[in-house]
Write a protein that binds this ligand. Structure first.
Ligand code: AMP
Ligand code: FE
Ligand code: FE
Ligand code: ZN
Length: 274
């Protein structure tokens, strides 16, 4: 039984539609795949239909943009009610923050000789419900300003670089409570990758577990062997599920993030979802 609990479609910043993604999952021999687009559940229905057709199990999920202590933290949520009003309203605020950021970000790129229109970014974002910096990167590539998404993230779009603009994100603790209130299971994503490395200590994870955190994404391409061992020990201590996943974005991220790059043990999925 092969289970991958973290993937993205074109409804956020992946490059495969929800049904293409499910077909790819079937193609690489996965039995269970979770669709976890950034801040959006719009891909669920299409993915479910494809999963029914090809005969694999879909877990309906999301990856919520949150912040803790001034750093960005991603929170996975699984099998919650997508119509739960308080959660819907918070997701609307997060998506609004993405929209509000765009004009300021484009002003900064123009100041650096890389003019782009909102239409050009929205055109490459296609049917995304949550557009993001990867789409800005794609529009920059289309204009010939840069070579690939990596270059955009290395030189332009991250904190400390010339075209970085912050945006609204949910409070981490509040987001954990909202996923629980909506009947779902929150799991901290790539806890020690990128920004969140310093903030998400064992103490913070203990506090999160006390308010309903259900799991820790232990096996992720951005975690090295030491990170994985330490996070697994914390999860065991706190009796949290240990998940493993690829964080697949189609061709939007490197080969390390291929579908099934990391997987979740069936017992851990059982512990997570019951
Ligand atoms: P945003 O949604 O605008 O905050 O942009 C963050 C997204 O960019 C995350 O979903 C990451 O998956 C993606 N990302 C970060 N670094 C890179 C990179 N070097 N190449 C492609 N995507 C990236
Ligand atoms: Fe992403
Ligand atoms: Fe993430
Ligand atoms: Zn992700």
């Amino acid at each position: 039984m092969r289970i991958d609990l973290h993937t993205h479609s074109t409804r956020s910043d992946g490059t495969e539609t929800p049904s293409e993604l499910v077909n790819s999952a079937k193609g690489v021999g996965l039995d269970v795949v979770a669709l976890t687009d950034h801040d959006a559940t719009e891909g669920w229905d299409e993915a479910q239909q494809a999963a029914d057709e090809v005969g694999i199990r879909l877990i309906r999920g999301i990856e919520i943009s949150t912040q803790f202590g001034g750093s960005s933290v991603h929170l996975l949520g699984y099998e919650f009610d997508p119509t739960h009003q308080p959660l819907v309203e918070e997701l609307r605020r997060v998506l609004g923050g993405r929209t509000q950021r765009l004009p300021r970000l484009l002003d900064k790129l123009a100041e650096h000789g890389m003019p782009l229109t909102e239409q050009e970014v929205l055109a490459v974002a296609g049917d995304a419900a949550a557009w993001g910096r990867p789409h800005v990167a794609d529009a920059m590539i289309a204009k010939g300003y840069i070579k690939d998404r990596d270059e955009a993230f290395r030189d332009w779009l991250v904190p400390g670089k010339p075209a970085y603009v912050g945006r609204y994100s949910a409070d981490l603790f509040e987001a954990v409570r909202l996923v629980c209130a909506a009947g779902g299971r929150p799991v901290i994503a790539h806890a020690w990758a990128r920004d969140s490395r310093t903030g998400i200590t064992a103490e913070v994870l203990t506090e999160l577990a006390a308010i309903g955190l259900a799991g820790i994404e232990v096996d992720h391409p951005d975690h090295d062997a030491d990170d994985r061992a330490a996070l697994a020990a914390i999860a065991d201590d706190l009796d949290l599920a240990k998940t493993g996943s690829s964080d697949y974005h189609g061709t939007g991220k490197g080969p390390a993030f291929h579908l099934g790059a990391n997987t979740t043990h069936p017992d851990e999925l059982e512990r997570l979802l019951g």
